[in-house]
Design a protein around this ligand. Structure first.
Ligand SMILES: [Ca+2]
Length: 331
């Protein structure tokens, strides 16, 4: 064998190893209440950072919040990261409707380009879920939920349609690999908690917690609560003209917050794409959602519930580094 042939074989061998070792990107549908809090913005920044690194493929971005800024906000962030074509869905119900008190959403919508100018231009959430799921390989889709369970409950209850002959619950069972959600919490009594994402639309939360047919990973309130991010981001002078930075700067300033925002939603994205390790482990438990949205830990092993392995400060650094990711491509 000549030197050139040896070199060629070596190259092919190396290429094979590289391709063999590269895992497939996690196919994600992202469901958010983006407006009432801005950890959703951080979570979307992580998701796009993972997409740029080849670790995630974003199939759809969907709002569970009827407030007027949500679909345009999602469009701003998708466009900033060079993915204006990602389908955007929204619940067409009147509620939940939770506003953006700090006005960061209105500010980034006014400043940055976006395709979806109002919620009326976004696709109805359940239709979009069904359309996307129907075309995906079996057990391939990861759903990340960092808002209310409105859309997921409606999806489970949906009948056959033009996209699929399957009922909603059959479609989820066939196509979804796992649900990763920032939701619920365990309080000082070790049993109960009332968490916002669960209690805003308690009836929908009850349906999802009782009936969801795939593995579920929960990042409870007490996880993201201890992981503070945003201060390094807003002081990073190398980041300019970023709606992610602007949202955090406006909101942290209005809140007079000098220590950073709790990273609830970012923990769900981090875990969904990279798995719990090395920052978290989990224990198995089951939860019942009461009529008022309070959760109650009950016997069973339906949910994988995150717990800390590493210190919150170390996890915050990892998350904030991803939040400061600059887009690979400009739209
Ligand atoms: Ca949220």
């Amino acid at each position: 064998m000549s030197y050139k042939q040896t070199l060629l074989l070596l190259c092919l061998f190396t290429v094979n190893i590289v391709f063999a070792q590269k895992p497939k990107p996690v196919a994600v549908i992202f469901d958010t209440d983006i407006a009432g809090d801005y950890d959703d913005v951080g979570a979307m920044a992580l998701l796009h950072a993972f997409a740029d690194k080849g670790e995630a493929k974003i199939l759809a971005t969907i709002s569970s919040n009827a407030f007027e800024t949500t679909a345009p906000t999602i469009s701003v962030i998708n466009t900033y990261f060079g993915r204006p074509e990602i389908p955007i869905g929204i619940t067409k119900k009147d509620k939940p409707n939770k506003d953006c008190a700090q006005q960061w959403a209105q500010a980034i919508i006014a400043k940055y380009p976006h395709n979806i100018k109002s919620n009326t231009q976004a696709i109805e959430a359940v239709s979009l879920y069904r359309k996307i799921l129907a075309t995906q390989p079996d057990t391939s889709v990861t759903i990340i939920s960092v808002g209310f369970f409105t859309n997921l409950a409606d999806l489970l209850a949906s009948p056959a349609d033009k996209y699929s002959k399957l009922s909603g619950i059959q479609l989820v069972k066939k196509k979804v690999k796992k649900l990763v959600s920032m939701a619920a919490g365990i309080g000082p009594d070790g049993k109960t908690f009332s968490e916002y994402n669960v209690n805003v639309d308690a009836a929908s939360s009850q349906k999802v917690f009782s009936n969801w047919p795939t593995p579920v990973i929960l990042s409870g309130f007490e996880i993201g609560e201890k992981i503070l991010t945003g201060i390094t981001l807003i002081n990073n002078q190398s980041i300019q003209n970023s709606p992610v930075k602007d949202a955090f700067k406006i909101a942290l300033t209005k809140d007079k917050n000098t220590v950073g925002r709790n990273s609830w939603d970012e923990t769900a994205v981090l875990t969904a794409i990279r798995g719990p390790k090395p920052y978290f482990s989990y224990r198995k438990l089951n939860m019942h959602i009461k009529d008022d949205g309070t959760d109650l830990v009950i016997p069973g092993e339906r949910f994988l519930y995150l717990q800390f392995v590493r210190q919150p400060d170390e996890i915050a650094k990892a998350i904030e580094s991803l939040m400061m990711h600059l887009p690979n491509k400009k739209p």
